[in-house]
Design a protein around this ligand. Structure first.
Ligand SMILES: Nc1ncnc2c1ncn2[C@@H]1O[C@H](COP(=O)(O)OP(=O)(O)OP(=O)(O)O)[C@@H](O)[C@H]1O
Length: 231
């Protein structure tokens, strides 16, 4: 099943009087269970594309379907509910709450799901901190964790809501090579073990090489796609 479908999607920004065409006629389909990299140089449109998939932003024209739901017909409230239930986010700067412990950071997005009991929330927190290898660090605050550990907390937080797809905007950009490698390996293992769909942007060739599928973007256009044989 397609989790994401873009049909002739364009995104324009106005910068003063200047018209910036950030994305042009993007046609893209992302299937359940993919481990997909979006690669391209700085300014090519990777973040814009991820923001549109994540319903953080809306297209100037074209259609975006998430789980076969046409997002163009949705109100801002409906879009934010769709986002909360369907999309997990991982950021290059981790974006954890510094005053909350690792456990509390993972629990935070679950607080809006009124159908979950306290026990069910705790169960998910324990499960996903375990999956990312941080069972012993639940009480630590972000400033008591390394960069790689912080990104692992962010991955657990993204997984906790059981999203259809996890979007990661340059998830290794602020990590040294070895730590970044570990984060990618972890995402890949979660993809293989649980079938979680990941879409991540990168301009790092080593990160691209780990993708199941690579989508290249340049000047706001998809230039070619290929399956990565050794992934
Ligand atoms: N809010 C905005 N207002 C105006 N222009 C924008 C805005 N956001 C992005 N752009 C422009 O759209 C284009 C694509 O930007 P985008 O951030 O998607 O690129 P990127 O590939 O993610 O770059 P990087 O790798 O440097 O993060 C760029 O020309 C950028 O300057």
């Amino acid at each position: 099943m397609n989790i994401v479908r873009f049909e002739k999607v364009c995104k324009e920004y106005m910068l003063g009087a200047e018209h910036i065409q950030a994305l042009k006629d993007i046609d893209l389909q992302i299937k359940e269970g993919e481990f997909l990299a979006i690669a391209g140089p700085s300014g090519s449109g990777k973040s814009t594309l991820l923001n549109l998939i994540g319903c953080i932003d809306i297209p100037s024209s074209g259609k975006i379907y998430i789980n076969n739901v046409d997002t163009s017909g949705q109100t801002p409230d409906q879009l934010s509910a769709l986002r909360a239930r369907t999309i997990g986010f991982i950021f290059q700067t981790f974006n954890l709450f510094s005053v909350l412990s690792a456990e509390e950071n993972v629990e935070y997005p679950l607080l809006q799901f009124k159908e979950l009991s306290v026990a069910q929330r705790r169960e998910r927190v324990t499960k996903f901190l375990d999956i990312v290898g941080l069972s012993k660090f639940g009480r630590h605050r972000p400033n008591q964790l390394s960069g790689g550990q912080r990104q692992r907390v962010a991955i657990a937080r993204a997984l906790a809501t059981h999203p259809s797809v996890i979007l990661a905007d340059e998830p290794t950009a602020n990590l040294d090579h070895k730590t970044g490698d570990g984060i990618l390996q972890l995402m890949k293992a979660i993809n293989e073990d649980n079938g979680t769909t990941f879409v991540f942007s990168t301009h790092d060739a080593k990160v691209m090489a780990m993708a199941g599928r690579l989508v290249r973007i340049e000047d706001g256009q998809l230039i070619h796609e290929n399956a990565v044989m050794h992934a």
